[in-house]
Structure formats: C-alpha cells, structure tokens
Ligand binder design. Structure first.
Ligand code: C2E
Ligand code: MG
Ligand code: MG
Ligand code: MG
Length: 283
C-alpha cells in the first residue's frame, strides 16, 4: 500500500479502489462505443389486464455485448448515470421506443399497445429533456398517450416544483406518467396529489411476499386502495406465481407484469406471443 500525504491527515492509496475506478472508466468507454456501434437493444415485457389481455409492454434496456453476451441494465445503468452518458443512452431509448410505437400504429395487432419507458433522474433533469420528448413523440400525433414515462419517487421528490412543471408540459401533449418501484421511496404521500400521474407501479419487493408476509399484503391493499381514490391505474411488477396474481386480483389490482405472465423479450417474440393469443390459444 502506498501512503500519500493530503492536508494534515494520511490518506491511503488502495490499489483495489484504484482498480474499481479504472474499471468504471473502462465501462464508460465501452458503453459509449456500444451506443455508437448499435449494441444496445430494447427488450419488451408484456403487461396484462385483469382478463389477461395484453395491454402494453415495458421497454427494458439490454446490451448485446460481442463477447459477454446479453448484459442486463443492472450491470451498466449506474455507471452511465454518473455522467451525461445516461442522457445519450436515454435519448436512444426514447427514440427507439417511439419508433416502435409508430410502427405498431400500422399493425392491427399492436395499434392499441401502451409502451412504458424508464427515465433516469439525471436524464429527467437535463435542460433539454422536455423538448427532446416533445420532438420524439411528434411522429405519434394524437397517439402520444400510448407512451408512459416511468419515474421514481426520489426523482420527483428531489425537486417537486420543477418535476411538476416538466410533467405538466409533457402531460399537455398526452404523455402519461407512472411511479416506478412505488412504496420503496418516501413515506410522504401528499406529493401524489400534486403530480399529473396516470399510474402507480407496485414494487416487486411487496409482490414477492404476498400471502407470506402479512404486512406486505396490507401495504399492497393500501396502495391499491389509494390508487383507486386518486383515480390512478395500478400495476404490479414482479408477479411470479399464480398465488400472487390471485391475491392481487382479489385486492383489485388492475394490471400485471411478471415472469408468471411473460419475461422481457425481443420485439419479434412479442409479435409471436400476440399473434398466438389473438389466435385463441390461451397463454
Ligand atoms: P424496473 O424498471 O423496476 O424494471 C423491472 C425489472 O424487474 C426488470 O429488470 C425486469 O426484467 C424485472 N422483472 C420483471 N418481472 C419480474 C419477475 O417476475 N421477477 C423478477 N425477479 N424480476 C422481474 P431489468 O430489465 O434487469 O431492469 C432493471 C432496472 O434497470 C429497471 O427496473 C430500471 O430501473 C432499469 N432500466 C431498465 N431499462 C432502462 C432504461 O431504458 N433506462 C433507464 N434509465 N433505466 C432502465
Ligand atoms: Mg420500470
Ligand atoms: Mg419497477
Ligand atoms: Mg424495480
């Protein structure tokens, strides 16, 4: 270990930490190249109504790495969020998602599908965000309501006034908003009434223990009841078992997303699934 003097104290140079820092830097360089070389792809995880019709999908980012294979966002989004790289990646995601929505408009099987897109805090706060989204949805005309932006509680609460102003500008064009991972953030709920929201998305950590940990059943029932009172849609994420789905149905949850119903998949697989279901074969 190398010791370096800094101010009055000693600061230890930790080779392991140095490795971590340069790994991060390398990851950023690789990601920039990935974006340039079209290695990023969107997967689509279907969302279902109570009667099991497919009503939409969430776009989930993947990195199709030439050597490492398909890399999930957990392995690189945080690194991208440390710089404006996330803004560039987020722009690509939005443009790709909207191009997909536009394509769906000319296909009777897909024309009514909603598409949800995740938005990072740094991307949302970027000065050009509202204009970018407005330009991107221009091609959708009056169908802009088919795009839902997923925001997190902490993103909104970090600066409520600013968030509300931005959301209203986009809401005026028809764009919808969902609060992702709902229930894991702040306990203050007063802000909910200030936001032009369309949907609450119950975090999978509560869904996981439905029927197992009674407090989670209470939390889920409370969220669903509150969404109803606020006239918001409510969707559960991470639905993995038929027991969880049955309980959610019983509690009045409107929409469902999870491995039980469908995994995130390439768009071609989504088409195949839609065609199969419309053909009368129950999934
Ligand atoms: P999220 O938005 O909360 O997405 C839900 C995550 O849960 C996804 O992981 C999805 O594949 C996974 N999931 C879905 N159903 C189940 C289930 O039944 N069981 C379990 N255990 N997991 C399920 P994924 O695709 O790895 O994405 C992780 C996170 O990365 C997302 O969480 C989101 O925060 C972020 N992310 C994904 N795509 C984007 C993007 O385009 N932009 C930004 N900023 N973030 C993204
Ligand atoms: Mg999400
Ligand atoms: Mg989520
Ligand atoms: Mg989550």
């Amino acid at each position: 270990q190398v010791k370096a003097r800094r101010g009055n104290g000693l600061c230890f140079f930790d080779p392991q930490m140095q490795t971590a820092i340069s790994d991060r830097a390398q990851l950023e360089v690789d990601l920039k190249n990935a974006l340039r070389q079209s290695e990023l792809v969107l997967y689509y995880q279907p969302q279902f109504a109570q009667d099991s019709t497919m009503v939409g999908a969430e776009a989930l980012l993947r990195w199709q790495h030439p050597e490492r294979g398909l890399v999930p966002p957990g392995a690189f989004i945080a690194a991208a969020e440390e710089s404006d790289l996330i803004v560039h990646i987020g722009t690509w995601v939005l443009q790709t998602a909207c191009a997909q929505l536009l394509l769906w408009q000319s296909d009777p099987l897909c024309e009514r599908l909603q598409l949800s897109v995740n938005v990072s805090a740094r991307q949302f706060r970027h000065p050009g965000f509202v204009d970018l989204v407005l330009e991107t949805v221009a091609c959708l005309g009056s169908r802009a309501h088919l795009l839902t932006l997923e925001l997190t509680e902490s993103l909104v609460l970090d600066n409520v006034e600013e968030a509300v102003a931005r959301m209203h500008q986009l809401r005026a064009r028809g764009i919808r908003f969902s609060v992702d991972d709902f229930g894991t953030g702040y306990s203050s709920l007063a802000y909910l009434t200030k936001l032009p929201l369309h949907q609450l998305k119950i975090d999978q950590s509560f869904v996981r223990n439905l029927g197992v940990r009674p407090t989670d059943d209470v939390i889920v029932q409370t969220i669903i009841g509150m969404a109803g009172n606020l006239e918001l849609e409510v969707i559960a994420e991470g639905v993995e078992t038929s027991e969880q789905r049955a309980l959610l149905l019983e509690y009045g949850c409107g929409y469902f997303q999870g491995y039980l119903l469908a995994r995130p998949m390439p768009v071609e697989a989504l088409y195949a699934l839609l065609a199969q279901r419309t053909g009368g074969i129950e999934a």
